[in-house]
Design a protein around this ligand. Structure first.
Ligand code: GTP
Ligand code: MG
Length: 421
C-alpha cells in the first residue's frame, strides 16, 4: 500500500516537474521570441530616432558637421535595416517592366556571395526601406544610374522658360549661372526669367548681370529680371522661417510670387514648358531639361536632395505620393486644415524612395526646387494656390489642382538636384 502511495506520489511529482519544465521552457521561448521582436523594434526605432533627428528636424542642424555626425549614427542603425531588407529579395521586380527579369534572378543567385553595396549587385544600392525609416538617399552604382538615366536620341524643338523667384539671392546667383550655362539643352530654345522682390542686398543688379551674360555670351533665347514689386513673406534663418506656425503665410507668399512671375512670362514670351528652378539649388544634371521632357507629362518634379561627401539626404519634403493612411487621415480633417510634411512622422512616400517604381513615377504632391509644368496647364487656369486647396498650398496645392484638372503629375526619382545646405 505504502509502495503504491509512494509510486503515486512519485508519478505526481514527475508530472508536476514536467509541467513546470514545460511552463518554464514556454516562458523562455516566448521571452526569446519577444526579445527578438524587441531587438527588431529597437533596430527600427533607433533608425527612426536618428531619422527624426535628421529628417523631422533636419533644418535645425545648421552646420554640415553636426549633420554628418547624426548621419553616421543613422548609417549604423540603418545599416541593419537595409541588410534585413536585402535578404528578402524574392519579390524584387525589374524596375522597367514590373516583371521578374533574368537579371533579377541572377542577382538573387548572387546575393549570398555579394557583400552589401557590391557593384555586382546594383539592387543592393536601392534598399527596400520603408519611407518613414530613413531620409538618407542611397548612392546608386553607375550600372543602375546609366540604365535609368539614358535618353534616346531626339531632335529638340520645344521652347522652355526657366522661371526663378529670387530674394536676397546675391550669393547663390554665381553658382546658379554656371549651372544654367552647363545645361546641354539647346540654349536658343531656353529663356531665363528671374522674378525679384523684397531683396535687401544687390540681388537685382547681380541678376541683371547674369541675364546679360546668358543672353549675350551663351545664346539663350531671352533673359530678363522682373521686379515683381511685392513685399511680405517670412524670411530669416532656417530655424525661424521653417517654424510650423509660419508655413501657411510663408508658402502663400511664395505661391503669390510664383503666380505673378508665370503671369508675366505668359504675357511676354512664347514657350511650351515652364521649368521652375529655385535659386538655392546649387547643382543639377546638365541634361535636366531633356530628362524632364522625357517624362512626357504635364507636371514633372525632380528629386531635391542635399549632399555632403559620402552622403545624400532628402531635402524637399514636398514631392510625395499619398498612401491609404494619409488619405484616411486627411478625410477626417477640417477642409481648411493645412497638411505639412517634415514636421513629424509622415504617412506619404517621398519621391527619392520610389526608385523601384521606375524612372517616371506618379505623385500627388510636388516641390518647386526643379519643377517642369506644361505652359498650357497655366494657360488653362492652373496656378499655385495661395490659400489652402484640398489641404495643401503652393507647389503641393498645384499638384492637387493639376490632378483635379486631369493633368498628369509625376516625379523622376533618378534625376537628382541638390539644394544649398
Ligand atoms: N521674388 C521673391 N522670391 C523669393 C521670396 N522668398 C523666397 N524667394 C525665392 O523663392 C525660391 C524659394 O524660396 P525658399 O526660401 O528657398 O523656399 P523653400 O525652398 O520652400 O524653402 P527652403 O527650405 O528655405 O529653401 C528661392 O529662389 C528664393 O530666393 C520673395 O519674397 N520674393
Ligand atoms: Mg529653397
Amino acid at each position: 500500500m505504502r509502495r503504491r502511495i509512494t509510486l503515486k506520489m512519485m508519478a505526481l511529482i514527475t508530472c508536476c516537474l514536467s509541467l513546470m519544465c514545460t511552463i518554464l521552457s514556454l516562458q523562455v521561448a516566448t521571452r526569446f521570441q519577444n526579445s527578438n521582436r524587441a531587438l527588431d523594434l529597437l533596430i527600427q526605432q533607433s533608425a527612426w530616432n536618428a531619422t527624426n533627428i535628421i529628417a523631422g528636424n533636419f533644418r535645425n542642424y545648421t552646420t554640415k558637421e553636426s549633420l554628418l555626425k547624426y548621419n553616421q549614427k543613422l548609417e549604423t542603425s540603418n545599416g541593419d535595416v537595409i541588410r534585413k531588407n536585402i535578404t528578402n529579395l524574392d519579390n524584387v521586380k525589374s524596375m522597367d517592366t514590373g516583371k521578374k527579369s533574368n537579371e533579377t534572378k541572377t542577382i538573387q543567385l548572387k546575393k549570398k556571395k555579394d557583400s552589401l553595396g557590391s557593384i555586382y549587385n546594383p539592387f543592393n544600392f536601392i534598399p527596400n526601406v520603408r519611407y518613414e525609416k530613413t531620409h538618407l538617399v542611397p548612392y546608386l552604382s553607375d550600372d543602375v544610374n546609366n540604365k535609368y538615366l539614358t535618353l534616346p536620341e531626339t531632335n529638340y524643338t520645344q521652347r522652355v522658360v526657366i522661371l526663378s523667384p529670387i530674394r536676397n539671392a546675391e550669393k547663390s546667383l554665381e553658382i546658379f549661372q554656371t549651372q544654367i550655362i552647363n545645361l546641354s539643352y539647346p540654349h536658343k530654345l531656353i529663356s531665363v526669367f528671374f522674378g525679384e522682390s523684397g531683396s535687401t542686398d544687390k540681388t537685382f543688379e547681380k541678376a541683371l548681370n547674369v541675364s546679360k551674360k546668358l543672353k549675350g555670351f551663351n545664346n539663350f533665347m531671352d533673359c530678363r529680371v522682373i521686379n515683381l514689386k511685392m513685399s511680405g513673406g517670412i524670411h530669416g534663418s532656417n530655424d525661424f522661417r521653417h517654424k510650423v506656425e509660419y508655413q501657411r503665410y510663408r508658402r502663400s507668399h511664395l505661391a503669390a510670387v510664383r503666380n505673378r512671375l508665370v503671369r508675366y512670362a505668359l504675357q511676354n514670351t512664347a514657350f511650351d514648358h515652364v521649368l521652375w528652378i529655385d535659386s538655392d539649388v546649387e547643382e543639377f544634371p546638365t541634361d535636366l531639361v531633356q530628362q524632364m521632357l522625357f517624362a512626357k507629362s504635364d507636371v514633372v518634379a525632380a528629386s531635391c536632395l542635399v549632399k555632403d561627401r559620402m552622403y545624400k539626404g532628402m531635402y524637399d519634403c514636398n514631392s510625395w505620393r499619398e498612401t491609404e493612411h494619409s488619405l484616411q487621415h486627411q478625410s477626417n480633417m477640417p477642409a481648411d486644415a493645412l497638411v505639412l510634411e517634415c514636421y513629424g512622422r509622415s504617412e506619404r512616400i517621398f519621391l527619392p524612395y520610389l526608385k523601384r517604381d521606375g524612372r517616371v513615377v506618379k505623385l500627388d504632391g510636388v516641390g518647386g526646387c526643379a519643377l517642369m509644368v506644361k505652359a498650357d496647364c497655366f494657360r488653362s487656369g492652373l496656378l499655385f494656390p495661395e490659400v489652402v486647396y484640398k489641404r495643401h498650398i503652393e507647389t503641393e496645392g498645384l499638384a492637387k489642382m493639376a490632378l483635379d484638372m486631369g493633368y498628369s503629375v509625376v516625379g523622376l526619382p533618378f534625376v537628382e538636384v541638390f539644394h544649398h545646405f
